[in-house]
Ligand binder design. Structure first.
Ligand code: B4P
Length: 184
């Protein structure tokens, strides 16, 4: 199964992606995690990504698309994946459909976690990651509204909204139900 997770920063995409990937038996591919791994290994890609992440801006799409292209082509992703944090723009969605075309596959579902701005701000401030300060969070929310929300229309017909408020397990049960899977 090939699933994309959408939702504002701090909506719980990363949290749910870990659980869904275990339940579905497919890898969790997070662009945020891939960038953070590059930052801790101090690669050239990591150094470039850090500048944008610290400012709450999106890392340029050419860099991001190349990184996803090589990760999705790895053997463990042949049976599917939970894609978390990508695509974040309509351009990235177009790049993803080209990548999948080349691999002869397509998306099965797009889940969008619905959480209010107040709740995501509260969650991110208590998480305390280096890009979780108020100014950066405000920028990330603006970028989400301007660049990522249009994807809901782009994926019209494939998107299922999932209420992201509540305990992590409750949200996970809703996400599995949206994918037509039993939570137990
Ligand atoms: P990401 O790493 O994707 O992070 P995020 O959107 O901020 O968080 P997420 O929604 O995954 O929330 P989480 O589960 O952690 O992006 C970081 C940066 O990387 C971006 O700003 C950008 O610069 C760059 N980037 C990433 N992808 C890119 C792309 N495609 N193109 C360009 N740039 C890109 O949850 C948040 C908090 O809430 C956690 O503390 C969690 O414990 C808590 N939480 C989760 N579920 C909860 C629940 N049900 N109840 C209470 N708390 C909950």
């Amino acid at each position: 199964m090939r699933v994309v997770l959408l939702g504002p920063p701090g909506a719980g995409k990363g949290t749910q992606a870990v659980l869904l990937s275990e339940k579905l038996g497919v890898p969790h591919i997070s662009t945020g995690d891939l960038f953070r791994a590059n930052i801790s290994e101090q690669t050239a890609l990591g150094l470039e990504a850090k500048r944008y992440m610290d400012a709450g801006e999106l890392v340029p799409s050419d860099v991001t698309n190349r990184m996803v292209r090589s990760r999705v082509a790895e053997p463990d992703a042949a049976r599917g994946f939970v894609l978390d944090g990508y695509p974040r723009t309509v351009d990235q969605a177009d790049a993803l459909s080209k990548i999948l075309d080349e691999l002869g596959s397509e998306l099965d579902a797009v889940l969008c976690f619905v959480v209010s701005e107040d709740t995501v701000v509260e969650r991110m401030l208590s998480r305390g990651r280096s890009d979780d300060n108020e100014e950066t969070i405000r920028t990330r929310l603006r970028v989400y509204r301007d660049e990522t929300e249009p994807l809901l229309k782009h994926y019209d017909g494939l998107v299922v909204s999932v209420d992201g408020i509540g305990e992590v397990d409750e949200v996970n049960a809703r996400a599995l139900e949206a994918l037509g899977r039993n939570a137990t």
